[in-house]
Design a protein around this ligand. Structure first.
Ligand SMILES: Nc1nc2c(ncn2[C@@H]2O[C@H](COP(=O)(O)OP(=O)(O)OP(=O)(O)O)[C@@H](O)[C@H]2O)c(=O)[nH]1
Ligand SMILES: [Ca+2]
Length: 500
């Protein structure tokens, strides 16, 4: 009995001190795990959302962006959650039936309703920005353009989001916001790194934006945009060429070849054996070419292909005016442009076309690419259709023209040479978000490009380290005390080695 009592007294588990040490130890471990967990927890908290509709000349696309709810005070990373391509053509094509411009958006807007949690709908800003298609319609027929906007506004206001308006972006905004998007997604702005230029080829206009090496803004102030982002200053050069998107450029090329009103043309920018009938009125129904419509012309003309890259380049060159330049340097049409500088991201139709032609591999030289396009253009149309049976024939027929146009625009228009051309990356998206002006537009309108940069965890780093160190020290002391109190009974518990 007394031996049992003695054992009990010696057993450290029966000492109040041991119990206290154990309790404190457990609390310390729980505290350590909690602090570490909170400090390093993944950012999967609630999100906020923003929606931008890109009403382009060829089609409209809806983009939903999301960012961590507690970080919308400028520090959270914004990413694309979802995109939806509106069926049919761009809103400017509904000039004669404006209501349809509104209803065309319904499906994508319903998708947005599903994508954004219902409890966030009311606070989710919704923007619509229209680009070159509406710029042209506005020039051509202001009343029709206003009606399209009215219909679009009415349609968008029916949805539960926080509608912030629909408007036409200036070419300068379109270029600058594309540049912001690319550099934001690449984390170049936050880190103050060298920026990347942005090349956007749309259907009706094309934009070039970059930070030049030495830039005398005063030479052409209308091409300059000054930014202060994350504490850094940027003097951006940007220009948008209306009518030089790939659809309007093709119109201009066809207009050039039909200027005398022939019944047939043999076009070097289309494949040999290609042949379609085109309507004169349809071709010349755009402010980019309407003034050049031949006085006397039949209703239609036969458009056949010839597949000759060099001659196609000649036709394309005729769309540019390289002669007049009142500045120190010009791109074309008398527009000031400093020499291209640094790396570039080329997106939208630059990407669609170069990706189709398998020319997005950065290691290919300008010469290889040119030879490839020349060879592609000379391939007969029947053969092309056989090789690509699943590709929309309208797109397929135009890749020869588009490839040649892209090369001519970049080299002779913007003056990229063999060396600088290799710094162009043809991209669709960056880290899961599409390259384009929409993200930059939303960042600007929601004031989400901050002056300060740091993501701050709940505790400052020094505080976190101190707390963890104190807890670890405490644990160490407790474990030592624990071992010491156990040692008092070890001799009894341990087995003596037995000599047999
Ligand atoms: N091959 C191919 N072409 C496409 C695709 N999507 C759009 N395009 C064409 O590429 C060109 C440019 O498209 P976008 O960048 O959407 O042009 P947009 O925004 O409608 O036009 P802008 O208002 O001038 O910016 C147009 O000629 C489109 O018809 C695609 O998936 N594949
Ligand atoms: Ca566009």
């Amino acid at each position: 009995m007394s031996a049992q009592r003695e054992m009990k007294e010696k057993n450290p588990w029966h000492k109040p001190l041991t119990i206290i040490i154990t309790v404190i130890g457990v609390i310390a471990i729980v505290a350590l795990v909690t602090v570490a967990g909170l400090q390093n927890r993944p950012v999967f908290q609630k999100y906020k959302y923003g929606i931008v509709l890109d009403a382009g000349s060829s089609h409209t696309a809806l983009y939903i962006y999301k960012w961590p709810a507690e970080k919308d005070n400028n520090t959270g990373r914004i990413e694309q959650k979802h995109s939806c391509k509106v069926k049919g053509k761009g809103i400017s094509s509904y000039a004669a039936v404006p209501e349809k411009a509104g209803t065309s958006l319904t499906e994508c807007m319903q998708e947005a309703e599903m994508q954004v949690p219902a409890w966030r709908h009311q606070e989710t800003p919704l923007y619509l920005g229209a680009t070159a298609g509406m710029r042209l319609l506005n020039m051509e027929n202001k009343v029709a353009s206003d009606k399209v906007f009215e219909a679009v506004e009415k349609a968008l206001q029916r949805f539960p989001f926080s509608y912030q308006g629909a408007r036409i972006l200036s070419g300068q905004e379109e270029g600058a916001f594309g540049w912001v998007t690319v550099n934001y997604l690449d984390d170049r702005l936050k880190q103050g790194l060298q920026t990347t230029g942005a090349l956007d080829l749309g259907g009706a206009s094309t934009q070039i934006s970059f930070v030049p090496h030495e830039y005398d803004i005063s030479e052409s102030p209308s091409n300059a945009v000054a930014f202060q982002l994350y504490g850094n200053y940027y003097n951006l050069y940007t220009h948008s060429f209306l009518c030089y998107g790939k659809d309007q450029a093709l119109r201009m090329a066809l207009a050039h070849q039909t200027r005398s009103g022939p019944i047939a043309i043999s076009d070097p920018c289309f494949h040999p054996d290609y042949s379609v009938t085109r309507n004169y009125n349809t071709l010349y129904d755009s402010p980019c070419v309407s003034e050049r419509k031949p006085k006397v012309a039949p209703l239609n003309f036969t458009h056949t292909g010839e597949g000759n890259f060099l001659q196609c380049q000649e036709v394309i060159r005729s769309l540019f005016n390289f002669k007049s330049c009142k500045y120190s340097k010009c791109s074309f049409n008398g527009i000031f442009q400093p020499p291209v500088q640094g790396s570039f991201g080329a997106f939208s139709a630059y990407y669609f076309v170069m990706n189709f032609l398998n020319l997005t591999d950065g290691s290919m030289s300008l010469e290889t690419i040119t030879n490839y396009v020349a060879n592609y253009c000379s391939t007969p149309w029947d053969q092309i259709k056989k090789v690509y049976p699943d590709i929309n024939e309208k797109y397929l027929a135009e890749y020869c023209f588009s490839g040649t146009y892209i090369l001519t625009l970049l080299t002779e228009g913007y003056n990229f040479n063999t060396e600088t051309f290799s710094k162009i990356k043809f991209i669709k998206e960056i880290k899961g978000s599409d390259a384009g002006w929409t993200l930059g537009y939303m960042l600007n309108l929601t004031n989400m490009i901050p002056a300060e940069t740091k993501d701050s965890p709940p505790l400052p780093h020094a505080g976190y380290v101190s707390i963890v160190t104190v807890i670890v020290l405490l644990l160490f002391i407790l474990v030592t005390l624990f071992i010491l109190s156990f040692r008092s009974i070890w001799p009894k518990c341990s087995k003596e080695p037995q000599i047999v």
